[in-house]
Design a protein around this ligand. Structure first.
Ligand code: HEC
Length: 128
């Protein structure tokens, strides 16, 4: 390997993704920022409330305690991730959010307003 090639490798090892990806898949920093912003924001007001307050425990995956607890509880009868559930009603979502259960805290109106809870309940009870 030439010195020049080694230097180029080193640059890539230091995380120059643009160099690794281009020209087949050029990804601009602006596009990545826009995508992250979209995720944080959510596609609907309800998803945004979910991302901000619930995803840390209820996102899809084995490292989220809410998802793990519900996967165990329903043993395959229902999905563990709330966003995959088809049986949630707005009333259920309201009840658990205001009252909490086990390690899940109850949320006061100063934390999640009635309007936000209504958007959230809509989002989680909508058939997708
Ligand atoms: C600190 C982690 C945590 C956070 C944050 C959290 N939850 Fe939970 N949630 C849990 C756990 C754990 C359970 C399961 C408790 C059990 O059954 O033992 C649960 C249960 C639920 C249930 C009951 C589902 C069922 O079938 O029994 C609903 C609905 C729910 N959460 C909605 C939410 C919503 C909406 C938010 C955001 C406002 C939220 N949770 C935030 C941990 C959390």
């Amino acid at each position: 390997m030439t010195t020049l090639a080694m230097a180029a490798d080193q640059t890539n090892a230091q995380g120059n993704e643009t160099a690794l990806l281009s020209p087949a898949a050029p990804i601009s920093a602006k596009a990545v920022a826009a995508a992250s912003e979209q995720y944080a924001k959510g596609k609907t007001p309800g998803q945004e409330v979910f991302n901000r307050n619930c995803a840390a425990c209820h996102a899809d995956g084995a490292k989220f305690p809410g998802t793990v607890a519900l996967t165990t509880r329903y043993a395959g009868a229902k999905p563990g991730a709330l966003e995959d559930r088809k049986d949630l009603t707005p009333e259920m979502v309201r009840y658990f959010v205001r009252n909490g259960i086990s390690i899940m805290p109850g949320y006061r109106k100063t934390q999640i307003t009635d309007k936000e809870l209504s958007d959230l309940a809509d989002y989680l009870s909508k058939k997708r």
